[in-house]
Design a protein around this ligand. Structure first.
Ligand code: PHE
Length: 461
């Protein structure tokens, strides 16, 4: 091990951490993925299970990641190397780096779609189109062997460039102002959506649960999405926590980020589902849901043209602040563990991820025949990373917090001069020691149909 230490960057203010962590959490996960998987898994029941996971698992794991990051002041891999040297806990960091790679590959593709929709909005492409024609445009676009790649590459280059600029300048500046604007815009969309004729059915779909319809696969996806949406399970918040000041209140940060993330997802759902039913769109149709639904809503709004441009610009920026946090996991690992220069690490990681992303994108068109475990490559990478790697990472992070890090050190990290209530600490310890790991384990066994999965992987049946 080398002994030289480079001074580590720090967030400049308390608001810096909250803005950056919220910027990471709020992204395509809330606005694109949440409505689409809620549609696929049948609506309200999925939403309620998701909310349960956020509270019982997401929140404690988020606090754990921030604590681990701040205590160790290292990247996702180095953190465990420092806090528990010579133990297998370091594996968590490797899962994290792998998950970051896979997630960013398909994330960049969808963010590229969002850039394309800025252009569709500017040229007023959907003017006077029927819902059927709007769907057709989307499906033709994503299956094109070239066009989506251009936008994906643009997005990835932007992401890489911001990461090269560095932690403070790169991350803080962008997230502070724009997320509140996005929130306002979604609320305007909500108002339009719920006043559409036939909106009631959409609200019923989103809020009136029928648990008998929820499959175990749905429960697993709800769990995976709790991790995905909050940016947990792969060390994003360990990495961000490592840039945090000793005086920041980590409990408040975790609470605020979780609430903001969840509220935005639900508001996105309220913008989408009433419109889905009003325009007779199939809620379970998959990855295109928002791209097919929202243009219809914009067309029904005074000034919809401008709103549409603004919306997709902000969605792209929200995706960007999440993407930089994903790339940062890989880059921090390359620079601190492998001692590769920051610029080179970033360029190298971005290039590799973009290549994998190109394959993902093509798997929705010319490569759509290639299937791994009954999924196309895009869905497979999403499934492996969000539903398997992140919860697995989260399970070990919780176990580490509960059993290796321990109550005493947790208290010292978050107590801030004894303000922490004893019962809160107790609940937290019970959650990370038992509840979160057990719940994840059980959902895995049932939802993954683990044995089935291995058989299909090898037999293709
Ligand atoms: N949370 C981000 C979103 O909802 C995605 C993300 C996942 C970011 C994992 C970091 C880590 O869009």
């Amino acid at each position: 091990m080398t002994s030289h230490r480079h001074p580590r960057a720090q967030f400049s203010s308390k608001f810096g951490l909250i803005a950056a962590a919220a910027g990471s959490a709020i992204g395509l996960g809330n606005i694109w993925k949440f409505p689409y998987i809620t549609g696929v898994y049948g609506g309200a029941a999925f939403l309620f299970v998701y909310l349960g996971f956020i509270l019982a698992i997401g929140l404690p794991v988020m606090l754990s990641e921030l604590i681990i990051g701040r205590k160790s002041r290292r990247n996702a891999f180095g953190a465990f190397k420092k806090l528990a040297p010579g133990t297998p806990w370091m594996m968590i960091g490797s899962f994290g780096v792998a998950a970051a790679f896979l997630i960013l590959s398909f994330y960049g593709v969808v963010a590229g779609w969002s850039i394309k929709y800025i252009i569709f909005s500017i040229t007023n492409h959907f003017h006077n189109s029927t819902p059927g024609e709007i769907a057709q445009s989307f499906n033709t676009f994503i299956a094109d062997p070239l066009s989506p790649l251009i936008y994906q590459v643009i997005f990835m280059v932007l992401t890489g460039a911001i990461v090269i600029i560095g932690v403070q300048k790169g991350i803080e500046r962008y997230s502070k102002v724009l997320m509140p604007v996005l929130l306002v815009l979604i609320i305007i969309l909500d108002i339009r959506a719920v006043t559409l004729k036939g909106a009631g059915e959409g609200l019923h779909f989103l809020f009136n649960p029928d648990f008998s319809k929820l499959s175990f696969e749905g429960v697993l996806s709800a769990l995976g999405h709790a991790f995905f949406s909050l940016s947990l399970g792969m060390g994003t918040l360990i990495t961000y926590g490592s840039y945090v000041n000793k005086n920041d209140n980590l409990i408040n940060t975790a609470l605020q980020v979780t609430v903001a993330d969840t509220v935005i997802a639900i508001l996105a759902g309220i913008a989408i589902f009433p419109a889905v039913f009003a325009f007779n769109i199939e809620p379970g149709q998959g990855v295109g849901l928002i791209f097919i639904t929202l243009p219809n809503v914009f067309m029904q709004m005074p000034g919809g043209h401008i709103f549409s441009i603004l919306f997709f610009v902000l969605l792209t920026i929200a995706a960007l602040t999440s993407a930089i946090s994903i790339l940062e996991v890989v880059v921090a690992y390359f620079t601190e563990e492998l001692k590769i220069k920051r610029q080179i690490s970033t360029i190298f990681a971005t290039a590799l991820i973009t290549l994998l992303g190109i394959i993902c994108s093509l798997s929705l068109g010319i490569f759509s025949d290639i299937e791994i475990a009954k999924r196309n490559i895009f869905d497979f990478l999403d499934h492996i990373s969000a539903n398997i790697l992140l919860p697995l990472g989260g399970m070990f992070i919780a176990l580490f917090m509960g059993w290796a890090f321990g109550k005493y050190r947790v208290f010292r990290e978050v107590a801030h001069g004894g303000k922490l209530k004893g019962w809160l600490l107790k609940i937290f310890m019970i959650l990370v020691k038992f509840v979160a790991p057990l719940a994840i384990f059980i959902v895995f066994l049932q939802g993954l149909k683990i044995l089935d999965f291995i058989t299909t992987l090898f037999t293709g049946k």
